[in-house]
Design a protein around this ligand. Structure first.
Ligand code: HEC
Ligand code: HEC
Length: 250
């Protein structure tokens, strides 16, 4: 079995002492030959995170952790919580030893500081993102209108996929992303994949906080109860199985 964290807690603690702010100080007596905190961060990230978040956090199956809008809205507490506890119901694993993972608190601190060091405040040119967390559940009805006006041009009417982007109502997609993950996706976009952030969905006017909350409520309303249910439902009982129109036995 591959051990995910090879840094001892003591070594990691030694790295943190003497670091002031986000810049990495030189290591006086590190047992690691790698040299400085930045490279410890890089190797922790490469080993534990890059498979999903991409090389150097530039995006992969999961979002880029360098996304300037994401880093502007998520505070260190939110980033730490995601790493420590994971995001239940999604592929994002819990890494804290207290939650069954392999990373010490010190290693998680190195990751949080390292991810924070990717922030580029200038990248947003002074624009302020809507808040990280929704303050109310939003309106599905208004959200449908926001979707038609700001999203359907790429994702197709009803979100089923269009000329410029895929489906955002696919049951398996919606089954693997959290409500917060949808909010993050709408605000931060996936620039590395050509998905605009909250400023670029609709020409000329960024989405308001309320519009983001409403369109996320609409996406949530598209979730199905039994995504990818493995057993075809017998036609004789009157169920409609969209995935198995021929009634093939699976
Ligand atoms: C197996 C794939 C996988 C691995 C490995 C993984 N992540 Fe994630 N991560 C995800 C997914 C998927 C999400 C989005 C979850 C959701 O739907 O909210 C996510 C979300 C996050 C978020 C954002 C949470 C939020 O909404 O504010 C952070 C921060 C994060 N991951 C950090 C990390 C770090 C650091 C590591 C390595 C220690 C890591 N992830 C490893 C898949 C992964
Ligand atoms: C200019 C085209 C465009 C517009 C407008 C647009 N998107 Fe996207 N969106 C994309 C592309 C490209 C992707 C990347 C995946 C793909 O190709 O389908 C994407 C991905 C997504 C994802 C998945 C993110 C992930 O982490 O996998 C969600 C959710 C999403 N868009 C929601 C929306 C919503 C809601 C709106 C309207 C507020 C919107 N998009 C407007 C192009 C667009």
């Amino acid at each position: 079995m591959i051990k995910r964290g090879t840094l001892s807690a003591a070594a990691a603690a030694a790295l943190l002492v003497g670091c002031s702010g986000p810049s990495w100080g030189p290591l006086a007596s590190s047992p690691l030959e790698r040299g400085d905190g930045a490279s410890v961060f890089q190797s922790l990230f490469a080993r534990n995170c890059a498979a999903c978040h991409g090389r150097e956090g530039r995006g992969g199956a999961a979002l880029s952790l360098r996304n300037p809008a994401y880093l502007a809205m998520a505070d260190d507490g939110a980033i730490r919580k995601a790493i420590s506890q994971g995001v239940p119901g999604t592929p994002m694993p819990a890494f804290a030893t207290s939650a069954g993972g392999d990373l010490s608190d010190e290693q998680i601190s190195i990751l949080v500081l390292g991810i924070r060091s990717w922030a580029d405040p200038g990248a947003l040119a002074g624009a302020r993102t809507p808040p990280y967390a929704a303050s109310n559940p939003g309106s599905v009805r208004r959200g449908a209108d926001v979707f038609s006006a700001a999203c359907a041009s790429c994702h197709g009417l009803g979100g089923q996929g269009g000329a410029r982007a895929g489906s955002v109502v696919d049951p398996s997609f919606l089954a693997l992303i959290s409500d917060q993950g949808l909010r993050v996706a709408v605000i931060a976009g996936r620039p590395e994949l050509g998905a605009p952030d909250w400023r670029g969905d609709r020409p000329g006017r960024p989405l308001s906080n309320r519009e983001v909350t409403d369109v996320v409520a609409w996406l949530q309303s598209r979730r199905v109860r039994y995504p990818g249910a493995p057993y075809p439902r017998p036609a004789s009982r009157g169920f409609h199985d969209e995935n198995n129109k021929e009634g093939v036995k699976r």
